[in-house]
Design a protein around this ligand. Structure first.
Ligand SMILES: [Zn+2]
Length: 268
């Protein structure tokens, strides 16, 4: 299923397989001035491609290789012959078969591998230039795109909400904090995230999130230095894992959040 919303010149394209699923199972792509940012999930790839038939589309960017951001790549290339770009560290992941948890296959589906080209420091549409901002905390090949004249910041999976309680084990929470400070310093006027709603004048929300993560990280390290186990720290700070952890087969969990903040402290 596809739904859209227009934010000035930016078209948001939301896709999901099951409309009744919680909002976390939606994912957004954006189309602006012929540039498509992310291509959605496998289960909607054909519908997504058909939807773009009468739209002005010249090229695309993947913010990172995760399956909910790249899955219409091959269909768009075959149908419209467009070039698609991604961070150099994502190129050799997008062109290989993905490894997914069973729930990911159900909710999003397997992307068809596709050939994408490495991004440089900028990508240009007809009227705008978008600075490529490496934001490696969520994935080493994750990028944001910043269009300075409008203050548009396309943030991929970097921003979800102001109080995240779960993450993937592969998320580097200290780096995510640094990435958020980096994009905050650009003073964006509109934030266009993949997993959630568009945020106008996002400074306050970004400041809230940065303060929350700083405090959380310090508290976790402090409890660890007092000799508490990761499980004990998780219980003290977050309590039992919530539904989302269960639904994602623990791919997203509070325990992962604790482990990520302690990655330089734990002996594996
Ligand atoms: Zn992701």
């Amino acid at each position: 299923m596809i739904s859209t919303a227009q934010y000035g010149e930016v078209l948001q394209i939301r896709v999901c397989r099951y409309p009744d699923f919680p909002s976390a199972m939606w994912v957004c792509s954006y189309l602006v001035d012929g540039l498509l940012i992310d291509t959605g999930i496998a289960h909607t790839a054909k519908e997504f491609t058909a939807f773009l038939k009468d739209k002005y589309l010249k090229k695309a960017v993947n913010t990172h290789f995760h399956e909910d951001h790249v899955s219409a790549n091959k269909f768009l290339q075959d149908e419209y012959g467009i070039e698609i770009f991604a961070h150099p560290l994502s190129v050799n992941k997008i062109n290989k078969p993905a490894t997914l948890y069973p729930y990911q296959e159900v909710v999003w589906g397997y992307p068809v591998p596709s050939e994408v080209k490495p991004l440089g420091s900028y990508i240009y549409s007809e009227n705008y230039s978008f600075e490529v901002i490496p934001t490696p905390g969520h994935d080493l090949g994750h990028i944001c795109l910043f269009e300075k004249s409008h203050g548009w910041l396309f943030s991929g999976d970097l921003y979800i909400n102001t109080k995240p309680k779960v993450c993937r084990l592969s998320d580097d929470m200290w780096q995510i904090l640094a990435d958020l400070e980096n994009i905050r310093s650009l003073n964006p006027q509109v934030l266009f995230p993949a997993p959630t709603h568009v945020v106008y004048e996002p400074a306050a929300k970004l400041d809230e999130l940065i303060a929350y993560l700083e405090e959380l990280g310090e508290e976790i390290v402090d409890l660890h230095q007092k000799g508490k186990s990761v499980e004990r720290i998780k219980e003290e700070i977050f309590g039992p894992e919530d539904m989302f952890a269960q639904m994602t087969q623990q791919q997203f969990s509070s325990l992962n959040m604790i482990k990520s903040f302690l990655k330089n402290h734990l002996v594996s």
